[in-house]
Design a protein around this ligand. Structure first.
Ligand SMILES: [Zn+2]
Length: 982
């Protein structure tokens, strides 16, 4: 009965599929001339459009994509700025691009376009509330995404436009459009562009939007999100300067003159023809070196520029391997030609067009990135090209299946590890760097931070690139791995081959995919796929307990738990001491399940999801016994293990003499926004041979709660340089996006500090009493086209144990603004403005120091000495205080402070000029113009280190010179150590 039932369902589905299976057809005939002096294309286009729909069309929509580059008001330009990509904004008018329709005839009548949102183009910015509300569970993205983006006033985006037809187009009829148009080719801001006489021409002609059962898909050109086109034929004649070599969609049609010479060679005219494709793109370069090889029925052409020739030597082989793998997995490549072009496009490492891929990465000696990009883009010939999904609405059907195929390719070609690294020595060092693991870091980040979006979210509403990479690429790649495991390899291949065969040269959507799964596996995966597609549910399974039942040997009671809200069948595997395996499939229904397992030998391991097909937010709890890994030095985290490393740290300072110590570190994944790890600690003990003292520092932090970008609870303690300290705090960073500004932060910390005596500390810098303080700090960071601003405010309430004094409490206020201003490409000054005020008897160490911060944190903590020449008031500089490094050695400090610091990087070199002015005093009344202190000098960034030469100060001490040879050393390579690069 059941079988018949599902059979009927399949029949109905197939029948329904047939009913809806109309799609429009296009025939494009384009003649284009490229002017390389003006970077313009002059073209005529005849489009014959066949209405195969059951509807009479009174108007049609066209994409006029090159208008994305017209000015800073296009969707693309504004969305680029949201993504902190200011290339378009900072470009000059002659670098911009556009399309101009010089004339348009529809059949015999002239027609004009209507542009813009008032004609029905949906205006969508990153994450609009009503867009996201349709998704269940967490309601899509972190609510802040929606809150933070204010709807701007409508402005015209002229990348799509509608056109009223003079005569309604009846079902079964066709209409002819005759365009005369000009395209100005921009510099590279996205996909179409030129650099000198190198051209990549895509989304360049008036392209009719897709009309399907859901209506018109007239999406504009967005910063994130790709395309959707109608299938048909293209005949494109390209007239270019003679020396340009061309790669294009389709196959070149050679024409001959009277002497039998190919016309192509004489006039720089190239004619291309393609059938069963939905777009036409081309690239051109006078320097292209062409290699052509016949691979079975397919002619492969590789076009490479001389500068990349050496790095591209394997590309032909990669192309063949990609064609072979995809052909074997899914079905044969059906076109006669495929071209791989070396490009500069600026929207990722590569881009796919029918029969043509543009790759803008080169081989590096460390990774297999070039191979990955080449095979990924070629894979799009199947998923995008031959099966034409709407990339804006359901990008998972091309990017997701493709990313899965990419990982599968690596694992088939390079062994189960699928290592992404090219060098044998690196692979040994980082065996975890498999393509699959590396790819999973992105969805992990978004999922663990509760900032991901559903797989099915429209691409253009992604708050940032990473979010799109997670939802369109990496999450669905995991879905495909899961599906492969769930169906078994051979059924999975049958499903994919059937999906491909049944839908060649047709539009596909998620329903078509479900249909194929059901038809070829008799399984309904919709209930498992839907939560992935429609919600941001997370997967977290664990082996909660494994208990041996005492009375019966080798009988175990096993409890599996589901902590995530994604309930999908999960494989469980156990192994006993005689290497026998026991497999169980848990439906994932309910929060947990307990079952008995009878084994032949003693159970040695139990794992849920042993094949690593689920996108687990915590894999450590997947294994029993829990796995621990200890390494010398840091390594890529293993998702399965709690990772620990140790590192010997020898050092020297005046007080301790030669120091020998070690850094011990442990964490389940590294923790620190945006990375969400767990139970991270660092313990660094050392011994000073001169001081004969043992010192140590200890830090611990872990995320708490399940909020988006979770807060961290942290703990610090130590005894170093004869100081005892302990602190406990809570900090959080948040913002609408994970990797991009604006960000806000909050930090609350309760501290206890006691400097014990003056053996290790300079009495000018510290008071030896015990101090308890409560600090609250607020930060705000913002990036705009003019630069970056970060603002910090801090209030500290402190208590100092001073039996001789009546007043023990103090209050400290600090404000700091750092501005990184982009004046132009070459001039990026950085400013720092700060004021500080203390009321009450704050201990010396809490006061403001003129030369820089007295206090150290992190690495400085370990390296700086407490007193003498390598202390922070001598030759070791830590940013903070009034930050006038020229005054090192003066130990000037006070309860009131203001300062202005300026750093000017010299033409992108590691060299910067810096200058500063400010005052530090115990009394505001001492702040007179005559008492302002200033310094100026040079700083040199050497990797993470910074050498500063404050050669001039205005108020040297008695007997010292204004100009003198002075130096300090510190960390933070960007001159003033503001840590911001623009
Ligand atoms: Zn792709």
């Amino acid at each position: 009965m059941k079988k018949i039932h599902s059979f009927t369902a399949v029949l109905l589905l197939v029948f329904a599929g047939v009913c809806q299976a109309w799609q429009q057809r296009v025939e494009y005939n384009i003649e284009a001339r490229l002017d390389t002096a003006e970077h313009r294309i002059y073209a005529t286009q005849h489009l014959r459009y066949f209405n195969n729909s059951p509807d009479t069309l009174t108007a049609v929509w066209f994409h006029l994509y090159p208008n994305a580059y017209r000015d800073n008001s296009s969707f693309f330009a504004r969305e680029a700025e949201q993504q902190q990509d200011y290339r378009s904004r900072h470009s000059s008018p002659e670098d911009k691009g556009w399309i101009k329709i010089n004339s348009l005839l529809v059949s015999d009548s002239t027609a004009v376009f209507k542009y813009g949102p008032e004609y029905g183009v949906p205006f969508i910015r990153g994450g609009r509330a009503d867009e996201m509300a349709i998704f269940g569970d967490y309601g899509g993205t972190h609510p802040a995404v929606n809150k933070k983006f204010k709807e701007p006033k409508y402005k015209l985006d002229s990348t799509s436009a509608s056109l009223e037809l003079p005569i309604p187009l009846a079902p079964g009829d066709s209409v002819d459009f005759y365009f005369d148009f000009t395209v100005k080719v921009p510099k590279f801001f996205s996909r179409m562009g030129h650099e000198g006489t190198h051209y990549e021409i895509s989304q360049w002609y008036p392209k009719i939007a897709v009309y399907d059962a859901k209506g018109w898909h007239a999406d504009g050109y967005h910063y994130i999100g790709e395309f959707y086109g109608d299938y048909g034929s293209f005949q494109v004649g390209l007239e270019t300067p003679k020396d340009l070599k061309i790669g294009a969609t389709g196959s070149q049609v050679l024409e001959y003159d009277d002497q039998g010479q190919p016309l192509d060679d004489i006039a720089g005219y190239h004619l291309f023809a393609a059938d069963n494709v939905h777009d036409f793109a081309w690239c051109a370069d006078p320097e292209y070196i062409e290699t052509t090889e016949q691979h079975g029925d397919i002619g492969i052409t590789v076009l490479v520029r001389p500068k990349d020739k050496e790095r591209w030597k394997n590309v032909m082989q990669y192309a063949k391997d990609a064609l072979d793998h995809y052909g074997r997995w899914y079905g044969q490549y059906p076109y006669p030609a495929l071209t791989v072009c070396d490009g500069d496009m600026a929207a990722g490492g590569g881009m796919e067009y029918p029969n043509l891929v543009i790759v803008s990465t080169g081989e590096d000696q460390y990774t297999r990135t070039l191979e990955m990009v080449v095979m990924h883009e070629i894979g799009h010939q199947w998923f995008y090209g031959i099966l034409g999904n709407n990339e804006m609405d359901q990008a998972w059907l091309d990017e997701g299946i493709n990313s899965f195929s990419e990982q599968r390719y690596f694992e088939e070609k390079y062994g189960p590890a699928g290592n992404y690294l090219a060098k044998e020595s690196l692979r040994k060092l980082l065996p975890e760097a498999s393509n699959r693991n590396v790819g999973r870091m992105i969805p992990y980040l978004y999922s663990a931070n509760r900032m991901d979006q559903p797989v099915d979210a429209r691409a253009c509403i992604s708050g940032e690139m990473g979010q799109y990479a997670a939802s369109a690429y990496m999450k669905p790649a995991a879905m495909m791995w899961w599906l492969k495991g769930y169906l078994g390899n051979s059924t999975f291949d049958r499903v994919m081959q059937g999906y491909y065969r049944d839908n060649q040269f047709r539009h596909v959507g998620t329903e078509k995919f479900y249909e194929a799964v059901e038809k070829y596996s008799q399984k309904d995966v919709k209930p498992y796929f839907a939560p992935w597609l429609k919600t941001t549910g997370m997967s977290d399974y664990s082996v909660a307990s494994v208990r041996q039942i005492k009375e019966q040997r080798n009988t175990y009671s096993i409890t599996l738990a589901r902590k995530g809200n994604l309930a999908i069948p999960a494989a469980f595997s156990a192994e006993d001491a005689i290497n026998k395996k026991y497999d169980v499939l848990w439906s994932g229904r309910g929060r947990d399940t307990t079952f008995l397992l009878q084994t032949d030998g003693k159970l040695v391991s139990a794992v849920i999801d042993p094949d690593n097909v689920l996108l687990e937010t915590n894999r450590w709890n997947n294994c029993r016994p829990r796995r621990y890994r200890v390494t010398l030095g840091p390594r890529l985290p293993s998702f399965e293990s709690y990772n620990m490393f140790w590192l010997p740290v020898p050092w020297y300072d005046n007080v301790n003499g030669f120091r020998l110590g070690t850094m011990l570190h442990g964490a389940y994944l590294a923790d620190g926004d945006p990375m969400v790890g767990h139970h991270q600690w660092t313990f660094s003990p050392f011994y000073g041979f001169k001081s004969k003292e043992i010192s140590f520092s200890f830090d611990y932090q872990t995320p708490v709660g399940l909020r988006p970008r979770p807060p961290r609870a942290y703990l610090t303690a130590g005894s170093a340089f004869d100081i005892n300290y302990a602190g406990i705090g809570l900090k959080r960073t948040w913002g609408p996006r994970l990797m991009l500004d604006p960000t806000e932060s909050f930090d609350l910390k309760l501290d206890y500090t006691r400097y014990k005596d003056y053996r290790f500390w300079d009495p000018r810098d510290v008071d030896t009493a015990a101090v308890v303080s409560l600090m609250a700090q607020r930060g705000y960071g913002l990036t705009r086209h003019w630069g970056r601003s970060s603002f910090l405010s801090r209030i500290t309430i402190g208590y100092i144990q001073r039996p001789e004094s009546d007043i023990n409490n103090y209050l400290k206020f600090e404000l700091e603004e750092k501005l990184n201003v982009r004046i132009n490409k070459h001039i990026n000054p950085r400013f720092r403005l700060t004021v500080g005020y203390i009321q009450g008897p704050a201990p010396a160490q809490e006061q403001f120091f003129l030369a820089g911060s007295f206090k150290t944190t992190g690495l400085d903590n370990m390296l700086a000495s407490g007193k003498d020449w390598f202390s922070t008031q001598e030759h070791y500089h830590v940013d903070g205080g009034a930050n006038l490094p020229g005054y090192y050695g003066t130990h000037i400090r006070g309860r009131n402070m203001w300062a202005v610091n300026l750093t000017l990087p010299v033409m992108k070199s590691p060299l910067s000029l810096f200058a500063g002015a400010g005052q530090v005093s115990n009394d505001w009344l001492e702040f007179t113009a005559g008492s302002i202190r200033a310094d100026a000098g040079l700083s040199l960034a050497l990797g993470p280190m910074r050498l500063m030469f404050p050669l001039w100060i205005n108020k040297p001490e008695e007997g010292k010179k204004q100009f003198d040879w002075r130096w300090t050393i510190g960390f933070g390579g960007s001159g003033e150590g503001m840590g911001i690069k623009f």
